[in-house]
Design a protein around this ligand. Structure first.
Ligand code: F6R
Length: 614
């Protein structure tokens, strides 16, 4: 939610800021803006509704010089998307400019106090309240910018990552963090600031991740200082980040989402690298081995996640219960934190999050920690907040995911959950050796099988044309395929704006079947596994009501092809690994329908990739 970039050094700031905003555009894209201080000490703010490209057009023929600046791409929380509500926000006298990611919960109260002192506001945002408050303190208490920020933030309830510049002191950026991510990049005589490392990595690999309550004082020509709200110095560790810049580009694909779908074979290879031995006989997740006593002593596991990661969690439940015989509950992180969960020191909580920043998942982790649970994180973004808040965990190592609709992170999460279940089951002796060896062997074949499935792309692109005008879709699956159905429906909703529902296939007759008519496409995962015959009956029930069935079947299946309208064949696969390949055609179907509808696939309306607000 909202992307923040900052630069101070000897280079022109504007090109660096714009490039950074483009890298962060996945975080929000309803408006964008930049603030620069030029060599004459003039502070200029340029902002507009729309995308970063609209900002570039907007600044044509304007003074964009200066080697200090901050910039922002917005996902609206307070106030509709428009240029007035876009960031940066000026302070009252236009001396300060501030950008903000997060929500200031008590902004209404603070605003009232300032209004009572005669302040007026240009925008409807919580952010403008903060910058006005900072200037008020700076002027009335005759303090430095740093002290004013510290005093103002003490009054703030909520989440923030902020950066503020002052035309009276054009050599400093003050940046602060609480519950929203902020990374400082350290170059040669220059500093970078961003919501994640992606805008920074092409300039420097040395970064520090700010912790909650910390403020970075980034002064040109000086050393980086990190202090807290009470001005106590905070020791900070400089970390090295490694990122393949190619992963931040579309690499010839029309959209990041398509690239990321096609990246999955390579991503899953990366995810398994060093975790399965070369003979393909053993899988080891080091975090599971390191904490095996703690994990094996657990009464139960609770998995918390949101959205696509929650779907991966449902598959994780099946895997862990089947192979480890440990009871698993799966909770929406957003509900978990408010339902006063019964949780204690014998529980293990697994938090799954691609971004590692989802506010609800992070809050669920913090809550579980206070109740004494052991926390295991499964995340993608290295150094993000959730992995830092957990006791241990495993990264999925699928590289940066830029498309807002999650694809490769889902298969990466399911791969890690599979490896976790297998490692633990072997330690617990709840899986027999032959079954273990067979699944590990099949797991290794997943990248090749994914490549086979991706060859369906052209067929799916054709199929998509037929369904471009559908208003509704139903997705059905059973067992391991039920979460795949949910994920297929979510992908379609997110990027094509077609209403879609996922159901366990047998639940159809308890209500949703009333929706089926000649207009209703029903996608069924009907591979030859445990419940094949039953799923076939469900398909018959849909056909009897003249629904249009698109079935995912096991290669060579003839029975379903006789009744379904369209069959997409998948290679043979043990049931527990099937989500890793069955999801791909559903990602492609959603993608191609959205493209046929002319939708903005990588940046669908109303969504942002990293949901750092509640
Ligand atoms: C769907 C999607 C979202 C995320 C959800 C959780 O395509 O991307 O549903 O899965 O917002 O995000 P993370 O995994 O970053 O916690």
């Amino acid at each position: 939610m909202c992307g923040i970039v900052g630069y101070i050094g000897t280079k022109e700031a504007y090109p660096i800021l714009i490039k950074g905003l483009k890298r962060l555009e996945y975080r929000g894209y309803d408006s964008a803006g930049v603030a620069l201080i030029n060599d004459n000490g003039q502070l200029s703010v340029y902002k507009t509704k729309g995308k970063v490209s609209d900002l570039e057009t907007f600044v044509t023929r304007k003074d964009i010089s200066g080697n200090i600046g901050i910039a922002h791409t917005r996902w609206a929380t307070h106030g509709e998307p428009c240029s007035v509500n876009a960031h940066p926000h000026y302070s009252s006298s236009e001396r300060l400019a501030l950008i903000h990611n997060g929500i200031i919960e008590n902004y209404a109260l603070l605003k009232e106090k300032l209004q009572a002192k005669g302040f007026t506001f240009r925008s409807n945002t919580d952010t403008e309240v903060l910058v006005q408050l900072i200037e008020y303190i700076q002027v009335n208490h005759r303090t430095s910018l740093l002290t004013a920020v510290q005093l103002a933030l003490r009054e703030v309830i909520g989440a923030y990552a902020i950066a503020v510049i002052d035309r009276e002191d054009p050599d400093v950026i003050i940046a602060a963090r609480k519950s929203s991510p902020l990374v400082v990049g350290i170059g040669e005589g220059e500093f970078f600031l961003a919501s994640d490392a992606t805008p920074i990595v092409e300039y420097t690999d040395r970064v520090i991740y700010l912790d909650d309550g910390e403020i970075a004082v980034i002064r040109r020509g000086g050393a980086l200082r990190v202090v807290n709200l009470n001005n106590v110095e905070c020791p900070h560790e400089v970390q090295r980040v490694a990122m393949d810049l190619g992963q931040l580009e579309k690499g010839g694909y029309p959209h990041f989402m398509l690239k990321e779908i096609f990246d999955q074979p390579a991503c899953i290879t990366d995810c398994m690298r060093g975790r399965i031995n070369v003979e393909g006989t053993n899988v080891v997740l080091s975090a599971v081995i390191d904490y095996k006593e703690r994990l094996l002593a657990a009464n139960r596991f609770i998995i918390v996640a949101c959205g696509t990661s929650w779907h991966a969690a449902l598959i994780g439940k099946h895997l862990i219960e089947t192979f480890c015989r440990i009871p698993v509950e799966v909770e929406y992180a957003s509900e978990f934190r408010y339902c006063n969960p019964v949780i204690g020191s014998n529980d293990v909580v697994i938090a799954i999050s691609q971004s590692g920043e989802t506010a609800d998942t992070l809050a669920a982790v913090e809550l579980a920690k206070t109740r004494g649970a052991f926390i295991y994180g499964i995340c993608n973004v290295i150094g993000s907040s959730i992995p830092r808040a957990t006791h241990t965990g495993s990264y999925i190592h699928v590289g940066p995911e830029i498309g807002v609709a999650s694809t490769k992170a889902f298969t990466g999460q399911v791969t890690v959950l599979t490896m976790l279940a297998l490692t633990l089951a072997r330690e617990k002796h709840t899986i027999d050796k032959d079954q273990y060896l067979s699944i590990v062997g099949e797991l290794q074949k997943i990248p090749d099988k994914m490549r086979e499935v991706l060859q369906l792309n052209d067929r799916i692109a054709q199929l998509a044309k037929i369904f471009t005008y559908a208003h509704n879709f139903i997705y059905l699956g059973r067992g391991y395929s039920y979460p795949v159905a949910l994920e297929g429906a979510l992908k379609l909703k997110e990027i094509s704006y077609i209403h879609a529902e996922g159901y366990p296939a047998a639940e159809m007759k308890h209500g949703p079947i009333a929706l089926v008519d000649t207009e209703m496409p029903v996608v069924v995962i009907a591979t030859q596994n445990g419940l094949y015959e039953k799923v076939m009956s469900n398909i018959q029930e849909i056909k009897a009501r003249k629904g249009k069935v698109i079935a995912l079947v096991t290669r060579g299946d003839t029975a379903i092809s006789r009744i379904a309208d369209t069959c997409l064949e998948l290679p043979e696969m043990p049931e527990c690994l099937e989500p890793l390949i069955a999801t791909l055609p559903l990602q492609l179907l959603a993608y191609h329908i959205a493209v046929c509808k002319g939708m903005d696939v990588d940046q669908p309306r109303n969504l942002a990739k990293s949901v750092t607000v509640e």
